[in-house]
Design a protein around this ligand. Sequence first.
Ligand code: URA
Length: 266
Amino acid sequence: MEYHAALAALRWQLEMGASEAIGDAPVNRFDLPDNPPASRPRRRAAPPPAAAPVAPDPVALARAAAASAADLPALEAAIAAFEHCDLKRGARNTVFADGHPSARVMVIGEAPGRDEDRLGRPFVGRAGQLLDRMLAAIGLDRRSEDENGVYITNVLPWRPPQNREPTPEEIAVMLPFLERHIALAAPDLLILMGNTPCQALLGRRGITRMRGKWDQAMNLPAMPMFHPAYLLRNPAAKREAWADLLEIQDRLRHLAPDDRPAPQRG
Ligand code: URA
């Protein structure tokens, strides 16, 4: 073929979309036989990818486990058997609660620290000792079984590594257990220590603004307060904590024990 004619033919092929030269002779692919020659066996179509296994929803599992607990010992056992929160793998103990379960006041902290993880009880380290002194200042005591008793638990029953803040996912997974815990204990009021229980039960954080103002969680009066660990680092904030404690004492005086909703203990 003459040079200019060959170049024009090549340009035409490029315009038609040819991008590769694979043979000297053109092949009309519409004329190819239906059955390809035996030497080139037709490739089997790849099987459709198997559907990925659906991971169980840990929140739904927690809800079911919590709902099936008819009383506090059953709830403690359900939490100890729950395998869908990774914190459990790094913890020495499941920290459920301390104090008297029929107390009028239920204190909710964040999560166990090193001492709590070691001993399996909430608020037993330095922050816990300060908490005990704060409660004693308004006549409350976790060892008391009468109207001065206190019941203490945390949003999370397992220590986060290096005491880091719980993630929103960890809080969401364990929230059904906390809600069931409150329903079964049926206190007169809740004390929310720091941002984590506020986030879990009130859906928002900002303890500096929220502290000292009554809120409602699970149909109960709830008082957000500075966490005792924060007070250890910021002693000047004890003045506000003291005001909040007096507010709680006042509420307890005016909230007759008979106003309490019937406990759901089994
Ligand atoms: N801080 C908490 O929030 N809970 C504990 O049990 C101990 C320290």
